[in-house]
Design a binder for this molecule. Structure first.
Ligand SMILES: CC(=O)SCCNC(=O)CCNC(=O)[C@H](O)C(C)(C)COP(=O)(O)OP(=O)(O)OC[C@H]1O[C@@H](n2cnc3c(N)ncnc32)[C@H](O)[C@@H]1OP(=O)(O)O
Ligand SMILES: O=CC(=O)O
Ligand SMILES: [Mg+2]
Length: 530
Protein backbone atom coordinates (compact mmCIF):
# COMPACT_ATOMS: atom_id res chain seq x y z
CA UNK A 1 0.00 0.00 0.00
CA UNK A 2 1.38 3.42 -0.83
CA UNK A 3 1.64 5.97 1.98
CA UNK A 4 -0.32 8.51 -0.06
CA UNK A 5 -3.40 6.34 0.40
CA UNK A 6 -3.23 6.44 4.22
CA UNK A 7 -6.60 7.52 5.49
CA UNK A 8 -7.41 5.25 8.42
CA UNK A 9 -5.66 7.04 11.20
CA UNK A 10 -4.76 4.90 14.18
CA UNK A 11 -3.55 6.80 17.26
CA UNK A 12 -0.49 5.28 18.90
CA UNK A 13 -0.73 5.67 22.66
CA UNK A 14 2.48 3.89 23.66
CA UNK A 15 5.94 5.29 24.18
CA UNK A 16 8.75 4.34 21.81
CA UNK A 17 10.28 0.86 22.07
CA UNK A 18 13.32 -0.90 20.63
CA UNK A 19 12.73 -1.31 16.84
CA UNK A 20 8.97 -0.74 17.26
CA UNK A 21 9.10 1.64 14.30
CA UNK A 22 9.83 -1.35 12.02
CA UNK A 23 6.43 -2.82 12.90
CA UNK A 24 4.39 0.31 13.58
CA UNK A 25 4.95 1.88 10.17
CA UNK A 26 2.32 4.36 8.93
CA UNK A 27 1.20 1.88 6.27
CA UNK A 28 0.90 -1.00 8.75
CA UNK A 29 -1.10 1.16 11.17
CA UNK A 30 -3.31 2.31 8.34
CA UNK A 31 -3.95 -1.31 7.41
CA UNK A 32 -4.93 -2.14 11.00
CA UNK A 33 -7.13 0.97 10.98
CA UNK A 34 -8.91 -0.22 7.87
CA UNK A 35 -9.70 -3.52 9.55
CA UNK A 36 -10.84 -1.79 12.74
CA UNK A 37 -13.01 0.60 10.71
CA UNK A 38 -14.57 -2.19 8.72
CA UNK A 39 -15.16 -4.70 11.52
CA UNK A 40 -15.02 -2.91 14.90
CA UNK A 41 -18.76 -2.33 15.14
CA UNK A 42 -19.64 -5.89 14.17
CA UNK A 43 -17.22 -7.27 16.72
CA UNK A 44 -18.85 -5.09 19.43
CA UNK A 45 -22.28 -6.42 18.45
CA UNK A 46 -21.03 -10.01 18.58
CA UNK A 47 -19.61 -9.46 22.06
CA UNK A 48 -23.01 -8.13 23.15
CA UNK A 49 -24.61 -11.22 21.66
CA UNK A 50 -22.24 -13.39 23.72
CA UNK A 51 -23.60 -11.74 26.85
CA UNK A 52 -27.22 -12.11 25.71
CA UNK A 53 -26.74 -15.82 25.03
CA UNK A 54 -24.98 -16.30 28.37
CA UNK A 55 -28.02 -14.80 30.09
CA UNK A 56 -30.40 -17.01 28.13
CA UNK A 57 -28.41 -20.12 29.04
CA UNK A 58 -28.23 -19.03 32.66
CA UNK A 59 -31.99 -18.69 32.74
CA UNK A 60 -32.48 -22.23 31.47
CA UNK A 61 -32.53 -22.08 27.65
CA UNK A 62 -31.34 -25.41 26.30
CA UNK A 63 -28.17 -25.67 24.25
CA UNK A 64 -28.62 -27.70 21.08
CA UNK A 65 -27.30 -28.06 17.54
CA UNK A 66 -28.94 -25.10 15.73
CA UNK A 67 -32.07 -25.96 13.76
CA UNK A 68 -31.56 -23.13 11.29
CA UNK A 69 -28.29 -24.57 10.01
CA UNK A 70 -29.37 -28.18 9.60
CA UNK A 71 -29.06 -27.76 5.81
CA UNK A 72 -25.33 -27.02 6.21
CA UNK A 73 -24.87 -30.12 8.35
CA UNK A 74 -27.00 -32.34 6.12
CA UNK A 75 -25.38 -31.25 2.85
CA UNK A 76 -22.75 -33.95 2.20
CA UNK A 77 -21.11 -32.13 -0.71
CA UNK A 78 -19.07 -29.26 0.70
CA UNK A 79 -15.43 -29.53 1.80
CA UNK A 80 -12.91 -27.07 3.22
CA UNK A 81 -9.98 -25.85 1.11
CA UNK A 82 -7.20 -28.38 0.50
CA UNK A 83 -4.22 -28.25 2.90
CA UNK A 84 -1.85 -25.38 2.08
CA UNK A 85 1.94 -25.73 1.73
CA UNK A 86 3.50 -26.61 5.08
CA UNK A 87 0.18 -27.68 6.58
CA UNK A 88 -0.37 -31.10 5.05
CA UNK A 89 1.51 -33.07 7.69
CA UNK A 90 0.85 -31.61 11.14
CA UNK A 91 1.60 -34.57 13.34
CA UNK A 92 3.48 -32.48 15.91
CA UNK A 93 2.71 -28.86 16.69
CA UNK A 94 4.69 -27.02 19.36
CA UNK A 95 3.13 -23.98 20.99
CA UNK A 96 4.59 -21.05 22.86
CA UNK A 97 4.84 -17.29 23.09
CA UNK A 98 6.69 -15.49 20.27
CA UNK A 99 9.58 -14.71 22.59
CA UNK A 100 12.95 -14.57 20.76
CA UNK A 101 14.65 -17.52 22.44
CA UNK A 102 11.55 -19.71 22.34
CA UNK A 103 10.93 -18.78 18.72
CA UNK A 104 14.32 -20.19 17.71
CA UNK A 105 13.85 -23.26 19.90
CA UNK A 106 10.36 -23.93 18.60
CA UNK A 107 11.28 -23.46 14.95
CA UNK A 108 14.23 -25.86 15.37
CA UNK A 109 12.31 -28.32 17.56
CA UNK A 110 11.51 -30.87 14.85
CA UNK A 111 7.77 -30.15 15.10
CA UNK A 112 5.93 -29.62 11.81
CA UNK A 113 4.20 -26.48 13.09
CA UNK A 114 5.00 -23.75 15.60
CA UNK A 115 1.88 -22.10 16.99
CA UNK A 116 3.20 -18.63 17.88
CA UNK A 117 0.82 -17.57 20.58
CA UNK A 118 -0.38 -14.06 21.42
CA UNK A 119 -3.34 -15.52 23.36
CA UNK A 120 -3.13 -18.04 26.23
CA UNK A 121 0.69 -18.04 26.47
CA UNK A 122 1.32 -14.29 26.21
CA UNK A 123 0.78 -11.54 28.76
CA UNK A 124 -0.02 -8.67 26.39
CA UNK A 125 2.48 -6.09 27.58
CA UNK A 126 2.95 -3.72 24.67
CA UNK A 127 6.55 -4.78 24.32
CA UNK A 128 5.51 -8.46 24.17
CA UNK A 129 2.96 -7.63 21.47
CA UNK A 130 5.30 -5.64 19.25
CA UNK A 131 8.40 -7.64 20.20
CA UNK A 132 6.52 -10.80 19.21
CA UNK A 133 5.76 -9.31 15.80
CA UNK A 134 9.42 -8.37 15.38
CA UNK A 135 10.53 -11.87 16.29
CA UNK A 136 8.17 -13.35 13.72
CA UNK A 137 9.41 -10.97 11.05
CA UNK A 138 13.05 -11.64 11.95
CA UNK A 139 12.45 -15.40 11.95
CA UNK A 140 10.90 -15.29 8.48
CA UNK A 141 13.76 -13.09 7.26
CA UNK A 142 16.20 -15.51 8.92
CA UNK A 143 17.85 -12.77 10.95
CA UNK A 144 16.73 -13.92 14.39
CA UNK A 145 20.01 -15.61 15.38
CA UNK A 146 21.65 -14.30 18.54
CA UNK A 147 24.12 -15.17 21.28
CA UNK A 148 23.30 -14.66 24.95
CA UNK A 149 25.55 -12.81 27.40
CA UNK A 150 26.55 -16.27 28.72
CA UNK A 151 27.67 -17.26 25.22
CA UNK A 152 24.79 -19.61 24.32
CA UNK A 153 24.08 -19.46 20.61
CA UNK A 154 20.62 -19.48 19.07
CA UNK A 155 20.71 -20.23 15.32
CA UNK A 156 17.96 -21.26 12.98
CA UNK A 157 18.54 -24.66 11.41
CA UNK A 158 17.50 -25.82 7.96
CA UNK A 159 14.20 -27.61 8.59
CA UNK A 160 11.95 -25.19 10.34
CA UNK A 161 8.42 -25.62 11.64
CA UNK A 162 5.65 -23.85 9.71
CA UNK A 163 4.59 -20.71 11.57
CA UNK A 164 0.93 -20.43 12.56
CA UNK A 165 0.07 -17.30 14.52
CA UNK A 166 -2.62 -17.21 17.18
CA UNK A 167 -3.91 -13.63 17.59
CA UNK A 168 -5.68 -12.64 20.80
CA UNK A 169 -9.40 -13.43 21.07
CA UNK A 170 -12.31 -11.17 20.12
CA UNK A 171 -12.91 -10.26 23.78
CA UNK A 172 -9.67 -8.30 24.22
CA UNK A 173 -8.84 -4.70 23.38
CA UNK A 174 -5.44 -3.28 22.55
CA UNK A 175 -5.35 -0.11 24.62
CA UNK A 176 -2.17 1.26 23.02
CA UNK A 177 -3.86 1.78 19.67
CA UNK A 178 -7.03 3.75 19.10
CA UNK A 179 -9.24 3.98 16.07
CA UNK A 180 -12.25 6.29 15.96
CA UNK A 181 -11.82 7.08 19.66
CA UNK A 182 -11.88 3.43 20.76
CA UNK A 183 -9.21 0.83 21.50
CA UNK A 184 -8.51 -1.35 18.47
CA UNK A 185 -9.67 -4.98 18.88
CA UNK A 186 -6.53 -6.88 19.94
CA UNK A 187 -7.36 -9.68 17.49
CA UNK A 188 -7.13 -7.24 14.59
CA UNK A 189 -3.85 -5.81 15.88
CA UNK A 190 -2.14 -9.21 16.13
CA UNK A 191 -3.63 -10.51 12.91
CA UNK A 192 -3.23 -7.23 11.01
CA UNK A 193 0.39 -6.51 11.90
CA UNK A 194 1.49 -10.06 11.14
CA UNK A 195 -0.46 -10.22 7.91
CA UNK A 196 0.78 -6.82 6.78
CA UNK A 197 4.47 -7.58 7.36
CA UNK A 198 4.69 -11.31 6.82
CA UNK A 199 1.96 -12.59 4.47
CA UNK A 200 3.83 -11.82 1.29
CA UNK A 201 7.15 -12.94 2.77
CA UNK A 202 5.61 -16.28 3.82
CA UNK A 203 4.17 -16.84 0.37
CA UNK A 204 7.55 -16.05 -1.21
CA UNK A 205 9.14 -18.58 1.15
CA UNK A 206 6.75 -21.28 -0.07
CA UNK A 207 4.42 -21.22 2.96
CA UNK A 208 1.59 -18.79 3.66
CA UNK A 209 -0.12 -16.57 6.23
CA UNK A 210 -1.56 -19.10 8.66
CA UNK A 211 -3.55 -18.56 11.84
CA UNK A 212 -5.07 -20.28 14.84
CA UNK A 213 -8.31 -18.60 15.95
CA UNK A 214 -9.00 -18.77 19.70
CA UNK A 215 -12.12 -18.70 21.87
CA UNK A 216 -14.76 -18.41 19.14
CA UNK A 217 -18.24 -18.91 20.52
CA UNK A 218 -20.30 -19.39 17.36
CA UNK A 219 -20.52 -19.36 13.56
CA UNK A 220 -21.05 -15.60 13.37
CA UNK A 221 -17.64 -15.03 14.91
CA UNK A 222 -16.15 -17.40 12.34
CA UNK A 223 -17.93 -15.46 9.59
CA UNK A 224 -16.43 -12.27 10.95
CA UNK A 225 -12.94 -13.77 10.72
CA UNK A 226 -13.63 -14.94 7.20
CA UNK A 227 -14.68 -11.43 6.20
CA UNK A 228 -11.54 -10.02 7.83
CA UNK A 229 -9.48 -12.45 5.74
CA UNK A 230 -11.26 -11.53 2.51
CA UNK A 231 -10.70 -7.81 3.04
CA UNK A 232 -7.10 -8.23 4.23
CA UNK A 233 -6.19 -10.27 1.15
CA UNK A 234 -7.93 -7.78 -1.11
CA UNK A 235 -6.15 -4.78 0.44
CA UNK A 236 -2.71 -6.34 -0.01
CA UNK A 237 -3.43 -7.90 -3.41
CA UNK A 238 -3.03 -11.44 -2.10
CA UNK A 239 -5.23 -14.03 -3.80
CA UNK A 240 -8.41 -14.85 -1.92
CA UNK A 241 -8.08 -18.24 -0.23
CA UNK A 242 -4.36 -17.92 0.53
CA UNK A 243 -4.89 -17.57 4.28
CA UNK A 244 -5.47 -20.71 6.28
CA UNK A 245 -6.99 -20.75 9.76
CA UNK A 246 -7.47 -23.51 12.28
CA UNK A 247 -10.23 -22.75 14.76
CA UNK A 248 -9.92 -23.83 18.36
CA UNK A 249 -13.10 -25.43 19.54
CA UNK A 250 -12.68 -24.32 23.11
CA UNK A 251 -16.04 -22.98 24.17
CA UNK A 252 -19.08 -25.07 24.91
CA UNK A 253 -21.27 -23.13 22.48
CA UNK A 254 -18.78 -23.58 19.62
CA UNK A 255 -18.91 -27.35 20.19
CA UNK A 256 -22.52 -27.17 19.01
CA UNK A 257 -21.51 -25.37 15.80
CA UNK A 258 -18.32 -27.11 14.69
CA UNK A 259 -19.63 -27.88 11.25
CA UNK A 260 -21.02 -24.37 10.77
CA UNK A 261 -17.68 -22.84 11.81
CA UNK A 262 -15.87 -24.93 9.21
CA UNK A 263 -18.51 -23.94 6.67
CA UNK A 264 -18.15 -20.20 7.32
CA UNK A 265 -14.39 -20.41 6.93
CA UNK A 266 -14.35 -23.13 4.31
CA UNK A 267 -12.29 -21.24 1.73
CA UNK A 268 -9.70 -20.45 4.42
CA UNK A 269 -10.11 -23.35 6.82
CA UNK A 270 -7.26 -25.59 7.90
CA UNK A 271 -9.32 -27.54 10.42
CA UNK A 272 -10.21 -27.53 14.09
CA UNK A 273 -8.25 -28.00 17.29
CA UNK A 274 -9.57 -29.41 20.56
CA UNK A 275 -8.58 -26.66 23.00
CA UNK A 276 -9.41 -28.63 26.09
CA UNK A 277 -8.44 -26.13 28.80
CA UNK A 278 -10.50 -23.19 27.63
CA UNK A 279 -13.26 -25.66 26.82
CA UNK A 280 -13.45 -26.74 30.45
CA UNK A 281 -13.25 -23.12 31.56
CA UNK A 282 -16.09 -22.22 29.22
CA UNK A 283 -18.22 -25.09 30.43
CA UNK A 284 -17.84 -24.07 34.07
CA UNK A 285 -18.34 -20.39 33.27
CA UNK A 286 -21.44 -20.99 31.16
CA UNK A 287 -23.17 -23.42 33.50
CA UNK A 288 -21.48 -22.51 36.77
CA UNK A 289 -24.81 -21.61 38.33
CA UNK A 290 -26.17 -25.16 37.88
CA UNK A 291 -25.51 -27.85 40.44
CA UNK A 292 -25.46 -30.54 37.74
CA UNK A 293 -22.34 -28.84 36.33
CA UNK A 294 -20.36 -28.97 39.57
CA UNK A 295 -16.96 -30.42 38.79
CA UNK A 296 -14.49 -32.09 41.15
CA UNK A 297 -10.78 -31.19 41.44
CA UNK A 298 -9.29 -30.11 38.13
CA UNK A 299 -6.86 -33.06 38.26
CA UNK A 300 -9.83 -35.44 38.16
CA UNK A 301 -11.39 -33.97 35.04
CA UNK A 302 -9.37 -35.75 32.41
CA UNK A 303 -9.82 -36.29 28.70
CA UNK A 304 -11.33 -39.71 29.37
CA UNK A 305 -14.34 -38.16 31.12
CA UNK A 306 -17.35 -39.07 28.94
CA UNK A 307 -18.29 -35.47 28.15
CA UNK A 308 -14.72 -34.66 27.09
CA UNK A 309 -14.56 -37.76 24.92
CA UNK A 310 -17.86 -36.81 23.30
CA UNK A 311 -16.35 -33.42 22.42
CA UNK A 312 -13.13 -34.77 20.92
CA UNK A 313 -14.85 -37.60 19.06
CA UNK A 314 -17.32 -35.16 17.55
CA UNK A 315 -14.47 -32.88 16.54
CA UNK A 316 -12.63 -35.62 14.64
CA UNK A 317 -15.80 -36.82 12.95
CA UNK A 318 -16.78 -33.28 11.91
CA UNK A 319 -13.35 -32.41 10.54
CA UNK A 320 -12.87 -35.57 8.54
CA UNK A 321 -16.36 -35.41 7.07
CA UNK A 322 -15.30 -32.05 5.58
CA UNK A 323 -11.71 -32.85 4.59
CA UNK A 324 -10.29 -30.78 7.46
CA UNK A 325 -7.45 -31.61 9.84
CA UNK A 326 -8.37 -32.46 13.42
CA UNK A 327 -5.61 -31.38 15.79
CA UNK A 328 -5.37 -32.61 19.37
CA UNK A 329 -4.84 -30.53 22.47
CA UNK A 330 -2.34 -29.88 25.18
CA UNK A 331 -1.40 -32.35 27.88
CA UNK A 332 -0.25 -30.09 30.72
CA UNK A 333 2.76 -32.11 31.87
CA UNK A 334 6.14 -30.64 30.94
CA UNK A 335 9.54 -32.28 31.44
CA UNK A 336 11.37 -31.19 34.57
CA UNK A 337 14.70 -31.78 36.27
CA UNK A 338 13.78 -34.76 38.48
CA UNK A 339 14.12 -38.04 36.47
CA UNK A 340 11.32 -39.92 38.30
CA UNK A 341 8.79 -37.10 37.92
CA UNK A 342 9.93 -36.70 34.38
CA UNK A 343 9.26 -40.31 33.55
CA UNK A 344 5.76 -40.09 35.02
CA UNK A 345 5.07 -36.89 33.05
CA UNK A 346 6.22 -38.44 29.79
CA UNK A 347 4.09 -41.53 30.41
CA UNK A 348 1.00 -39.37 30.98
CA UNK A 349 1.63 -37.35 27.83
CA UNK A 350 2.21 -40.54 25.84
CA UNK A 351 -1.16 -41.96 26.89
CA UNK A 352 -2.85 -38.71 25.91
CA UNK A 353 -1.23 -38.63 22.44
CA UNK A 354 -1.93 -42.34 21.91
CA UNK A 355 -5.60 -41.84 22.57
CA UNK A 356 -5.73 -38.88 20.20
CA UNK A 357 -3.88 -40.68 17.40
CA UNK A 358 -6.09 -43.74 17.78
CA UNK A 359 -9.23 -41.61 17.81
CA UNK A 360 -8.31 -40.19 14.40
CA UNK A 361 -6.60 -36.88 15.17
CA UNK A 362 -4.10 -35.88 12.49
CA UNK A 363 -1.60 -34.41 14.91
CA UNK A 364 -1.38 -32.82 18.31
CA UNK A 365 0.10 -30.06 20.45
CA UNK A 366 3.08 -30.17 22.75
CA UNK A 367 4.15 -27.43 25.16
CA UNK A 368 7.86 -28.20 25.28
CA UNK A 369 10.59 -29.24 22.81
CA UNK A 370 11.33 -32.25 25.05
CA UNK A 371 7.92 -33.67 24.10
CA UNK A 372 8.32 -33.41 20.33
CA UNK A 373 10.00 -36.83 19.82
CA UNK A 374 7.36 -38.55 21.94
CA UNK A 375 4.45 -37.03 20.05
CA UNK A 376 6.10 -37.76 16.72
CA UNK A 377 6.74 -41.38 17.68
CA UNK A 378 3.11 -41.89 18.70
CA UNK A 379 1.68 -40.32 15.54
CA UNK A 380 4.27 -42.08 13.36
CA UNK A 381 2.99 -45.33 14.84
CA UNK A 382 -0.53 -44.62 13.59
CA UNK A 383 0.08 -42.53 10.45
CA UNK A 384 3.24 -44.20 9.18
CA UNK A 385 4.21 -42.50 5.92
CA UNK A 386 0.75 -40.95 5.45
CA UNK A 387 0.69 -37.22 6.23
CA UNK A 388 -2.66 -37.42 8.04
CA UNK A 389 -5.66 -39.70 8.49
CA UNK A 390 -8.38 -37.59 6.89
CA UNK A 391 -9.72 -40.76 5.28
CA UNK A 392 -10.79 -42.02 8.72
CA UNK A 393 -14.28 -40.62 8.63
CA UNK A 394 -15.47 -41.84 12.04
CA UNK A 395 -19.01 -42.51 10.83
CA UNK A 396 -19.35 -44.63 13.95
CA UNK A 397 -19.43 -41.51 16.14
CA UNK A 398 -22.83 -40.24 17.26
CA UNK A 399 -22.86 -37.42 19.76
CA UNK A 400 -25.97 -35.89 21.28
CA UNK A 401 -26.30 -32.63 23.21
CA UNK A 402 -26.68 -34.71 26.37
CA UNK A 403 -23.34 -36.43 25.68
CA UNK A 404 -21.60 -33.06 25.50
CA UNK A 405 -23.29 -31.79 28.62
CA UNK A 406 -23.40 -34.86 30.89
CA UNK A 407 -20.88 -33.52 33.36
CA UNK A 408 -22.60 -35.00 36.36
CA UNK A 409 -21.21 -38.44 35.63
CA UNK A 410 -17.83 -37.41 36.99
CA UNK A 411 -18.86 -35.04 39.71
CA UNK A 412 -17.76 -35.28 43.32
CA UNK A 413 -16.75 -32.86 46.04
CA UNK A 414 -13.48 -30.96 45.78
CA UNK A 415 -10.73 -32.13 48.10
CA UNK A 416 -8.81 -29.73 50.38
CA UNK A 417 -5.75 -30.28 48.15
CA UNK A 418 -7.81 -29.45 45.06
CA UNK A 419 -8.95 -26.17 46.61
CA UNK A 420 -5.44 -25.23 47.69
CA UNK A 421 -3.95 -26.15 44.32
CA UNK A 422 -6.42 -23.97 42.44
CA UNK A 423 -5.75 -20.98 44.69
CA UNK A 424 -2.01 -21.47 44.52
CA UNK A 425 -1.97 -21.96 40.72
CA UNK A 426 -4.14 -18.92 40.09
CA UNK A 427 -1.95 -16.73 42.32
CA UNK A 428 1.31 -18.03 40.85
CA UNK A 429 0.05 -17.61 37.33
CA UNK A 430 -1.16 -14.07 38.07
CA UNK A 431 2.30 -13.30 39.48
CA UNK A 432 3.91 -14.39 36.22
CA UNK A 433 1.32 -12.65 34.02
CA UNK A 434 1.54 -9.32 35.82
CA UNK A 435 5.30 -9.42 35.25
CA UNK A 436 4.80 -10.08 31.54
CA UNK A 437 5.11 -13.86 31.31
CA UNK A 438 2.07 -15.67 29.89
CA UNK A 439 3.06 -19.32 30.45
CA UNK A 440 4.89 -20.91 33.38
CA UNK A 441 5.58 -24.34 34.78
CA UNK A 442 4.06 -24.83 38.24
CA UNK A 443 4.62 -28.20 39.91
CA UNK A 444 5.53 -29.83 36.61
CA UNK A 445 2.44 -28.57 34.80
CA UNK A 446 2.23 -25.96 32.10
CA UNK A 447 -0.01 -23.16 33.30
CA UNK A 448 -1.32 -20.49 30.98
CA UNK A 449 -4.29 -18.15 30.77
CA UNK A 450 -6.70 -21.01 30.05
CA UNK A 451 -5.62 -23.24 32.94
CA UNK A 452 -5.50 -20.28 35.33
CA UNK A 453 -9.06 -19.44 34.32
CA UNK A 454 -10.14 -22.95 35.32
CA UNK A 455 -8.43 -22.54 38.69
CA UNK A 456 -10.25 -19.30 39.50
CA UNK A 457 -13.70 -20.28 38.17
CA UNK A 458 -13.65 -23.56 40.07
CA UNK A 459 -13.14 -21.64 43.31
CA UNK A 460 -16.00 -19.35 42.32
CA UNK A 461 -18.23 -22.30 41.45
CA UNK A 462 -17.50 -24.23 44.64
CA UNK A 463 -18.18 -21.15 46.74
CA UNK A 464 -21.36 -20.40 44.90
CA UNK A 465 -22.73 -23.88 45.56
CA UNK A 466 -21.39 -23.85 49.11
CA UNK A 467 -19.37 -27.02 48.68
CA UNK A 468 -16.56 -25.02 50.26
CA UNK A 469 -16.94 -22.16 52.69
CA UNK A 470 -15.61 -18.65 52.41
CA UNK A 471 -13.60 -18.90 55.66
CA UNK A 472 -11.66 -21.91 54.40
CA UNK A 473 -10.89 -20.16 51.14
CA UNK A 474 -9.76 -17.01 53.00
CA UNK A 475 -7.49 -19.09 55.26
CA UNK A 476 -5.85 -20.85 52.31
CA UNK A 477 -5.58 -17.56 50.48
CA UNK A 478 -3.79 -16.00 53.48
CA UNK A 479 -1.32 -18.92 53.54
CA UNK A 480 -0.64 -18.85 49.81
CA UNK A 481 -0.30 -15.08 49.75
CA UNK A 482 2.19 -15.29 52.63
CA UNK A 483 4.18 -17.89 50.66
CA UNK A 484 4.22 -15.58 47.64
CA UNK A 485 5.37 -12.75 49.87
CA UNK A 486 8.62 -14.63 50.43
CA UNK A 487 9.28 -14.58 46.67
CA UNK A 488 7.85 -11.33 45.34
CA UNK A 489 7.68 -7.66 46.39
CA UNK A 490 4.76 -6.99 48.70
CA UNK A 491 3.12 -4.45 46.36
CA UNK A 492 2.91 -7.09 43.62
CA UNK A 493 1.55 -9.68 46.07
CA UNK A 494 -1.19 -7.26 47.10
CA UNK A 495 -2.10 -6.72 43.45
CA UNK A 496 -2.25 -10.48 42.89
CA UNK A 497 -4.47 -11.02 45.90
CA UNK A 498 -6.80 -8.21 44.86
CA UNK A 499 -7.02 -9.63 41.34
CA UNK A 500 -7.92 -13.04 42.72
CA UNK A 501 -10.55 -11.53 45.01
CA UNK A 502 -12.10 -9.51 42.19
CA UNK A 503 -12.22 -12.43 39.74
CA UNK A 504 -12.88 -15.49 41.94
CA UNK A 505 -14.56 -14.34 45.12
CA UNK A 506 -17.29 -12.07 43.77
CA UNK A 507 -20.97 -12.93 43.38
CA UNK A 508 -21.01 -12.05 39.68
CA UNK A 509 -18.33 -14.00 37.81
CA UNK A 510 -16.18 -11.82 35.50
CA UNK A 511 -16.13 -13.44 32.04
CA UNK A 512 -12.30 -13.41 31.86
CA UNK A 513 -9.62 -12.30 34.31
CA UNK A 514 -7.46 -10.85 31.52
CA UNK A 515 -9.32 -7.60 30.66
CA UNK A 516 -9.31 -6.56 34.32
CA UNK A 517 -5.65 -7.46 34.86
CA UNK A 518 -4.61 -5.93 31.54
CA UNK A 519 -6.33 -2.60 32.04
CA UNK A 520 -5.14 -2.15 35.59
CA UNK A 521 -1.61 -3.48 35.30
CA UNK A 522 -0.23 -3.87 31.77
CA UNK A 523 -1.44 -0.78 29.98
CA UNK A 524 1.08 2.08 29.87
CA UNK A 525 -0.54 4.72 27.73
CA UNK A 526 1.15 7.99 26.85
CA UNK A 527 -0.14 10.95 24.88
CA UNK A 528 -0.76 10.22 21.21
CA UNK A 529 2.49 10.04 19.23
CA UNK A 530 1.14 11.47 16.02
C1 LIG B 1 -4.05 -24.11 26.89
C2 LIG B 1 -3.20 -23.68 25.77
O1 LIG B 1 -3.50 -22.73 25.10
S1 LIG B 1 -1.75 -24.51 25.46
C3 LIG B 1 -0.87 -23.39 24.42
C4 LIG B 1 -0.43 -22.19 25.13
N1 LIG B 1 0.60 -22.49 26.13
C5 LIG B 1 1.87 -22.64 25.72
O2 LIG B 1 2.15 -22.47 24.58
C6 LIG B 1 2.92 -22.99 26.75
C7 LIG B 1 4.19 -23.38 26.04
N2 LIG B 1 5.24 -23.78 26.97
C8 LIG B 1 5.97 -22.91 27.64
O3 LIG B 1 5.76 -21.72 27.58
C9 LIG B 1 7.11 -23.48 28.44
O4 LIG B 1 7.36 -24.81 28.11
C10 LIG B 1 6.88 -23.43 29.96
C11 LIG B 1 6.74 -21.98 30.40
C12 LIG B 1 5.70 -24.22 30.39
C13 LIG B 1 8.13 -24.02 30.63
O5 LIG B 1 9.24 -23.30 30.15
P1 LIG B 1 10.66 -23.38 30.88
O6 LIG B 1 10.46 -23.21 32.35
O7 LIG B 1 11.58 -22.43 30.18
O8 LIG B 1 11.07 -24.86 30.58
P2 LIG B 1 12.52 -25.48 30.57
O9 LIG B 1 13.42 -24.78 31.53
O10 LIG B 1 12.38 -26.94 30.73
O11 LIG B 1 13.00 -25.16 29.09
C14 LIG B 1 14.14 -25.77 28.53
C15 LIG B 1 14.41 -25.13 27.19
O12 LIG B 1 13.31 -25.38 26.34
C16 LIG B 1 12.79 -24.16 25.84
N3 LIG B 1 11.33 -24.28 25.74
C17 LIG B 1 10.46 -24.69 26.68
N4 LIG B 1 9.21 -24.68 26.18
C18 LIG B 1 9.32 -24.23 24.91
C19 LIG B 1 8.36 -24.00 23.89
N5 LIG B 1 7.07 -24.23 24.11
N6 LIG B 1 8.79 -23.53 22.72
C20 LIG B 1 10.12 -23.31 22.50
N7 LIG B 1 11.06 -23.52 23.44
C21 LIG B 1 10.66 -23.98 24.62
C22 LIG B 1 13.16 -23.12 26.87
O13 LIG B 1 13.17 -21.84 26.26
C23 LIG B 1 14.54 -23.60 27.27
O14 LIG B 1 15.43 -23.22 26.25
P3 LIG B 1 16.96 -22.83 26.56
O15 LIG B 1 17.59 -24.06 27.13
O16 LIG B 1 17.48 -22.47 25.23
O17 LIG B 1 16.92 -21.70 27.52
O1 LIG C 1 -5.86 -23.12 23.70
C1 LIG C 1 -5.97 -24.24 24.12
C2 LIG C 1 -6.69 -24.58 25.28
O2 LIG C 1 -6.68 -25.75 25.67
O3 LIG C 1 -7.29 -23.65 25.85
MG1 LIG D 1 -7.20 -21.75 24.80
Amino acid sequence: MSTTALTHHVRLLAGPGHRHDEILTPAALDFVGRLAGAFGERRRELLKERRRLALRLASGSPLDFPMVTSAVRDDPTWRVAPPAPGLTDRRVEITGPPDRRMAVNALNSGAQVWMADFEDATAPLWDNVIGGQLNLLDAIERRIDFTTAEGKEYRLGENLATIVVRPRGWHLDEEHLEYGGRPVPAALVDFGLYFFHCARRQIDAGRGPYFYLPKLENRYEARLWNDVFVLAQELLGIPRGTIRATVLIETITAAFEMEEILYELREHSAGLNAGRWDYLFSLIKTFGHRTDFLLPDRAKVTMTAPFMRAYTELLVRTCHKRGAHAIGGMAAQVPGKDPATNQAALATVRLDKEREAEDGFDGSWVAHPGLVPLCREVFDGVLGARPHQLDRTRDDVEVSPADLLSVRRISGPPTPEGVRTNISVALRYFAAWLRGQGAVAVNGLMEDAATAEIARVQIWQWLRHRVIDRETVEEILDDEVAALGAEYPWALVEDIRALFERTALTGELPLFFTPDAYTRHLVRRTEAQA
